[in-house]
Design a protein around this ligand. Sequence first.
Ligand code: SF4
Ligand code: SF4
Length: 385
Amino acid sequence: MSGKEFRKKQKLANRLRLGVLILILVVLTVFGILHQYPKGWRPAGVDAFCPFGGVESLITVLTTGRFLERIALSSFILLLATVITAIVFRRSFCGYLCPLGTLQELFGRLGKKILSKRHALAPSVDRYARYGKYIVFILVVVFSAVLGELVFRPYDPWVAYQHLTSDELFSSLLVGFIVLILSLIGSFFFDRVFCKYLCPLGGFLGILAKVGYFRIRRNEKSCIDCKACTKVCPVNIPVAELQEVTSAECISCNLCVNACPVENTLIIEGKRKGHVAPVSVLVATLGIFLLVVGVSTYTGGFAWSVKSIQEITLKTGTFNPDEIKGSDTWKAVSELSGIPKEEFVKTFGLTDAEFEGTLKEWAHKPGSTREVSEVREYVKKRLGK
Ligand code: SF4
Ligand code: SF4
């Protein structure tokens, strides 16, 4: 292949990668906005579209057989796809699909354009700060299992981003919103700040990446030591000094491979030799997700939209209090459970107007500290379930 053709191929691979990242970010942003509005098609909530929900809920599911509140089967389906990609391509979820990574990357590109340079923490600080994401990962998994709730949710910048149009942003998600703002400002100066230091999913995938089949290998004989690979790496891996990139920090973005000017010098190689192109990693990572999500959608396991308690009861033939959500109305819960309006009004201090509205509207009214889960638990107890 001529040098020109080779460079063209690398540019195309980078553009395709960015295109896919932006497309996923746009789709999920639209889902986040639509989820906040009760009218029309309402996509499932942010927790149902994040594989980390599956990680957070794993111990609870294994020990009690129940999901944590807000977690759906789709979280586990996405987790399965993420684990498969990690076993094959390490952290390609981070490098090719993660929308929070995309947001940081876009701010990083903006920073690079305006400042014409990237900053990095002092190696002595950076080395220890990177353990942050593993600590967050362990704390989140343990405390979610012990307390039986999504403990990271109020601090999660992605959850905050998905609630930019919700009144929850400045109440229960304020800390997450601050983390989001700080991560984006930080990414303007330093690359992928949240990914490098705090992301619990990054911590989980970093551990899993150690068994990943493909890795980047540098051919020392043909390397001209230009250091283009090191300069472009968003997580500051000194690629030009390594024979193989086996670091758990590598987000498998393959930007280094696409920056190397010498063909066949940086390659993505399997443990038993044989190598693949960056575009193939993109296609395969996306393909694994589309296949897993497609099959589970076809078989009914992946729920794309929020189903009301009436729809679920009609479909299953039984009223299950565990399915009560914030978007359900008091009226519907009262009718389906057989618990009279007066009892709800007295127990939860409702006005007549509130009874006509949704549980979420009641729980999130100004100054309220009430939770939708209180209603769910009350109905369960009242019906002896
Ligand atoms: S080493 Fe290469 S693939 Fe890994 S994060 Fe850095 S640029 Fe991306
Ligand atoms: S970009 Fe390629 S040639 Fe340049 S230092 Fe890295 S591996 Fe060597």
